[in-house]
Design a protein around this ligand. Structure first.
Ligand code: ADE
Length: 249
């Protein structure tokens, strides 16, 4: 999958592409990351990419011409890739959007800065507008990194088989189960005995229950969204019986 990122700060992506899973994915050829400096497409000696807003007011607006030229150049190399603007006004990014994007051959990100991007550019060139949450960043670069990081996890071969994205939190609208590693006892707290049992069926059942409990406690909205499976209903009924036994005289 190819990511082309249009930005006035391409160097911000050096660290992002230089470490961990992203670096491995680039080295193995699963991912190609191409940060492009919008300034390279700006006219004149000063290569200006922003200007004052018509109608007055504070802040600057990204000029349409350099962005249009940069998008056209990217589109000529990646004609079937959507052009995505990172903006707090976009639709809210989530795991399902990450999974859908991972089916694409490529994506072109436009990282807004300042007060925003000229509206005519958006109307003519932008296919999708994405926000990573209801807060305002100083630019779209961090949002583009967040999205790429979440998307690549779904590309076959990027993660090892054992930690495939299908087991991640939010797949199937459930949080992931609790994790433990050595030592067996840490600050007087022991690892749940079942995880040491070697009984794969029992471990699997414990993990399903742990995932359900964590989802119920931390993100009940996810349970309300999908309802419970028959197996989960059984688990919840067991919890109810247990709680009733605690409450009875
Ligand atoms: N640019 C500024 N704030 C943003 C946000 N919350 N999401 C995406 N891009 C942004």
């Amino acid at each position: 999958m190819k990511f082309c990122v249009l930005t006035i700060f391409p160097e911000m992506f050096d660290a992002f592409s230089g470490y961990g899973i992203m670096r491995r994915a680039i080295e193995s050829g699963s991912i190609c990351l191409d940060p492009v400096n919008i300034r390279d497409y700006a006219e004149g000696r000063h290569k200006v990419t922003d200007d004052r807003p018509y109608g007055g007011g504070s802040g600057m607006v990204m000029k349409p011409e350099p962005l249009a030229a940069a998008i056209q150049a990217a589109k000529s190399k990646m004609p079937d890739s959507p052009c995505v603007l990172l903006t707090p006004q976009g639709r809210r990014f989530d795991q399902e959007i990450a999974r859908q994007y991972s089916d694409l051959n490529g994506m072109i990100f436009v990282c807004g800065r300042y007060e925003g991007v000229d509206e005519r550019l958006c109307q003519a060139y932008i296919d999708d507008e994405i926000s990573i949450g209801d807060y305002v960043l100083t630019g779209g670069e961090l949002a583009a990194m967040v999205i790429m990081d979440a998307v690549i996890r779904h590309i076959p071969g990027v993660l090892g088989a054992e930690d495939a994205a299908e087991f991640d939190s939010f797949s199937g609208n459930r949080l992931e189960h609790a994790h433990y590693t050595r030592p067996r006892v840490f600050e007087q707290k022991a690892v749940p005995e079942v995880l040491l049992s070697g009984n794969h069926g029992a471990v699997e059942a414990w993990r399903k229950e742990s995932a359900l409990l964590r989802t119920a406690l931390k993100r009940p909205d996810l349970l309300e969204k999908t309802g419970l499976t028959e197996a989960e209903k059984k688990i919840v009924k067991n919890w109810c019986r247990y709680l009733e036994s605690l409450a009875s005289d």
